[in-house]
Design a protein around this ligand. Structure first.
Ligand code: NAD
Length: 438
C-alpha cells in the first residue's frame, strides 16, 4: 500500500515521490473510470527498468584529479530506444535522474513519440569548471555510459548545464568506439547543425511552449486572457529555455516581458524588456547574470514569482513554486517549461485560485519532439528546413494540447491531472497490447 497516493504527500518536494504520486493517482482514476489494470503491470511500468551509477576520475587544469559521479536511467521499455537529456548540476543524484526519466516517459506518451523515457546527469558545477575540464568530463562520462547508449538503444540530449557542445563531444566519443554503427549520428540529439543537428532544436522547448500557450490564450481565451499581444510575462531562468521563450513571446507574439530572473536574482520593469538586450548584458556582466541590467533594483526569487503579470513561465528547475507563497502568485496562467517546478501543495492552491496551469509533461515536450525529428533526419540522411520543423512541431503540440484538454473536460480534471491520465492511459494500453514475455 505504500505506493498508494496519500494526502500527506501534498507538499511533496521530493520530485520522484511527487511524480509517482501523480502517476498512482492517475492509475486509480483509470481503474475506476476506464478499466482496471493488474497491479503487477502498474508496478512494472512505474519503476525504471535499467539504471546505472558511475564514478570516474578527471584531470583538472591544475594537474589534480577529481572524482565525479554520474548516472543514466532508462525508465520505460514500452518503446525503444529510450530518450532523455543529460544534466550537469551540483544537485544531481539518482533520485532526481529517476524522476526526470519517469517524466520523459510520460511526456513521450503525451505527445505520441515512439520512445521510452530516460535521463542522465553528472554531479558537478559546470559554472566552476573550465571548458577543457568540461570536455574531458564529457568524454569520460560518455565512455562510462557507452554500453547504455546507441541510436536504437538510448539517445541523450541537452538539459541544464549541457548544450550542443557536449552533444557534439558525445557523438564524437561514441564514433571513436563504434565506427561501423549505421547512422551513428542518431546516438545523440541537440548536436551542432554541422554534424547532423536539426534546425529549430535549440529553441524547440520554448517554441513548443509558445504553441501551447497560443492554443490556450489565443484560441481558448483561458482566464479572460483574450490575446497574447500585450500580455505581461515573467520568466524564471534565463538559460536556453528561458531566453528563447522570452524572445519568442516578445518577437512573435508581442508579449511584454516584464520580469526575468536567473540563479542570482531578477529584474522587473512594467515597461518590459527586449530579451536580446538582456542576454547581451548578461554575456558581458562579470557574474553572467541579468542582475544589474539598466541599474534596476534586484529582486529575489519569491519577489519575482509573486510580482504582477498575466503569464508566469518557470524555466529554471524543480520545486520553485511552493506552498508557502503560492497564494501570493498573481499570474493567470503558468506555463511550466522547467521540469517539476510546482509542488503538489502549490499546484492545489493555484488551481483553487483559478490559475490555469499548463503542466510540464505537456508544456515542455517541444524539446524531445524536435529531438525526435533530428533522430529521424539522421536515420534518413535528410536535413529539413526550419519551416518544416516548425510546422511539424506545431501539429504535435496542438494535438497533445487537444488530447489533454479533451481529457480534462471529459473527466472534469485540472490540466496536470488530465495530462497524467492521458499519458498513463496510453502507457497501460501499450503494456496490455504487448503483454508479458515469455
Ligand atoms: P540552462 O542550464 O540553459 O538554464 C538554466 C537557467 O536557470 C539558468 O539561467 C540559471 O541561472 C537559472 N536558474 C538556476 N537555478 C535558478 C533559481 N533557483 N532561480 C532562478 N533561476 C535559476 O537549462 P535549460 O536547458 O534552459 O533548462 C531549464 C529547464 O527546462 C530545466 O528544468 C530543464 O529540465 C527544462 N527542460 C529543458 C529542455 C531543453 O531542451 N533544454 C527540454 C525540456 C525541459
Amino acid at each position: 500500500m505504500s505506493n498508494q497516493p496519500t494526502q500527506e504527500k501534498k507538499e511533496e518536494l521530493d520530485f520522484l515521490g511527487r511524480t509517482r504520486f501523480e502517476f498512482r493517482r492517475a492509475v486509480q482514476f483509470i481503474n475506476a473510470k476506464v478499466k482496471p489494470t493488474e497491479e503487477g503491470m502498474v508496478d512494472y511500468i512505474e519503476q525504471p527498468f535499467r539504471q546505472s551509477s558511475v564514478r570516474f576520475p578527471v584531470y583538472m587544469d591544475d594537474g589534480s584529479i577529481k572524482v565525479f559521479t554520474g548516472y543514466r536511467v532508462h525508465h520505460s521499455r514500452l518503446f525503444e530506444p529510450t530518450k532523455g537529456g543529460i544534466r550537469y548540476s551540483p544537485d544531481v543524484d539518482l533520485n532526481m535522474i529517476n524522476a526526470l526519466a519517469f517524466e520523459m516517459t510520460l511526456k513521450c506518451f503525451v505527445v505520441d513519440l515512439p520512445y521510452g523515457g530516460a535521463k542522465g546527469g553528472v554531479c558537478c558545477d559546470p559554472k566552476k569548471m573550465s571548458r577543457p575540464e568540461l570536455d574531458r568530463l564529457t568524454r569520460r562520462y560518455t565512455y562510462e555510459i557507452m554500453p547504455m547508449i546507441g541510436p536504437d538503444l538510448d539517445v541523450p540530449a541537452p538539459d541544464i548545464g549541457t548544450s550542443e557542445r557536449e552533444m557534439g563531444i558525445i557523438y564524437d566519443t561514441y564514433m571513436m568506439f563504434n565506427p561501423n554503427v549505421p547512422y551513428a549520428s542518431a546516438v545523440v540529439t541537440g548536436k551542432p547543425l554541422s554534424i547532423g543537428g536539426s534546425k529549430g532544436r535549440k529553441e524547440a522547448t520554448a517554441q513548443g511552449g509558445a504553441f501551447v500557450l497560443e492554443e490556450a490564450v489565443g484560441k481558448r481565451r483561458v482566464n479572460g486572457l483574450a490575446s497574447l499581444k500585450g500580455a505581461t510575462v515573467i520568466v524564471q531562468g534565463f538559460g536556453n529555455v528561458g531566453f528563447n521563450i522570452a524572445n519568442i513571446l516578445h518577437e512573435n507574439y508581442q508579449c511584454r516581458i516584464v520580469g526575468i530572473c536567473d540563479s542570482r536574482g531578477g529584474i522587473y520593469s512594467k515597461k518590459g524588456f527586449d530579451p536580446k538586450d538582456v542576454l547581451n548584458y548578461k554575456a558581458q556582466s562579470p557574474n553572467r547574470s541579468v542582475v544589474g541590467y539598466n541599474e534596476l533594483e534586484p529582486k529575489n526569487a519569491k519577489q519575482m514569482l509573486t510580482s504582477a503579470c498575466d503569464i508566469l513561465v518557470p524555466a529554471a528547475k524543480e520545486n520553485q513554486l511552493i506552498g508557502s507563497f503560492a497564494k501570493d502568485i498573481k499570474a493567470k496562467v503558468v506555463l511550466e517549461l522547467a521540469n517539476g517546478p510546482t509542488s503538489n501543495l502549490a499546484h492545489e492552491i493555484l488551481v483553487d485560485k483559478g490559475v490555469y496551469i499548463l503542466p510540464d509533461i505537456l508544456a515542455n515536450v517541444g524539446g524531445v519532439t524536435v529531438s525526435y525529428f533530428e533522430w529521424l533526419q539522421n536515420k534518413a540522411g535528410e536535413s529539413w528546413d526550419l519551416n518544416t520543423v516548425r510546422d511539424k512541431l506545431r501539429i504535435k503540440m496542438t494535438t497533445a494540447y487537444g488530447g489533454t484538454v479533451d481529457t480534462a473536460e471529459k473527466y472534469n480534471l485540472d490540466m496536470r491531472r488530465a495530462a497524467f491520465v492521458f499519458a498513463t492511459n496510453k502507457m497501460l494500453e501499450v503494456a496490455s497490447c504487448r503483454g508479458i514475455f515469455p
